[in-house]
Design a protein around this ligand. Structure first.
Ligand code: COA
Length: 177
């Protein structure tokens, strides 16, 4: 049984996305929004309809010497197994963390820790002075991760989905100065 376990040392460290990763990252993103529909504010149905050109246009901003968005990935044998992005948000030098996801069989090995540190560093290098994010309180692993990395809960919105179920959307923030 032990030989089936994925060792952390066999997984690549987090690194910036390149266009060579595009198909692997699309597969990971579709897996994420299909298996965790309540963790992301996007419809899996709509993202599945995207053309390759639309995917390219979306991820293009994260590549190059001075990218306008951040996307870091963890790869394992050609497969994207974890990702975290950040995009400029309203307010000067405020960046919002998005798309945090690690494949279930790769969880608990520090990959999200690695991704968080890599993205925080990239945002600092881009001149960001504040990180923000929204997380559904029904995702304790994500909440634990963000709090471990110094993000502080600043607001809670009690919301209702179209199916009538309720949840708390929590805003977290971290000053980088
Ligand atoms: C949240 C998620 C990215 C964590 O990925 P991971 O690679 O397993 O996390 P790590 O192994 O790097 O753990 C880092 C920290 O996260 C927290 N954490 C991870 N799993 C946890 C769990 N099940 N319960 C509570 N805290 C947890 C801990 O603080 C942990 O640090 P520690 O090991 O020193 O205690 C992963 O569970 C996931 O993809 N969840 C579904 C998607 C999601 O909720 N995305 C967030 C949308 S806002």
């Amino acid at each position: 049984m032990e030989s089936l376990e994925i060792k952390r040392s066999s997984v690549d460290p987090a690194r910036p996305f390149t266009m060579d990763d595009l198909e692997a990252v699309i597969a990971l993103r579709l897996h994420a929004i299909t298996t965790e529909p309540n963790a992301f504010g996007r419809s899996a149905h709509l993202e599945k309809q995207r053309t390759m050109e639309e995917w390219k246009a979306q991820y293009f901003s994260a590549i190059g010497e001075h990218p306008s968005t951040v996307l870091d990935v963890v790869m394992n044998e050609g497969r994207a197994v974890g990702m975290l992005g950040a995009v400029p948000d309203e307010g000067e030098n405020v960046w919002k963390l998005i798309r945090m996801y690690v494949l279930p069989e790769f969880r608990g090995k520090g990959l999200a820790d690695d991704l968080f540190q890599a993205v925080e560093t990239a945002v600092r290098n881009a001149g960001g002075t504040k990180l923000i994010l929204d997380v559904n309180s029904g995702h304790p692993a994500a909440v634990g991760l963000y709090e471990k990395h110094g993000m502080v809960r600043t607001a809670v919105n009690h919301l209702q989905r179209s199916d009538g179920s309720e949840f708390d959307k929590c805003r977290y923030e971290k000053s980088l100065v």
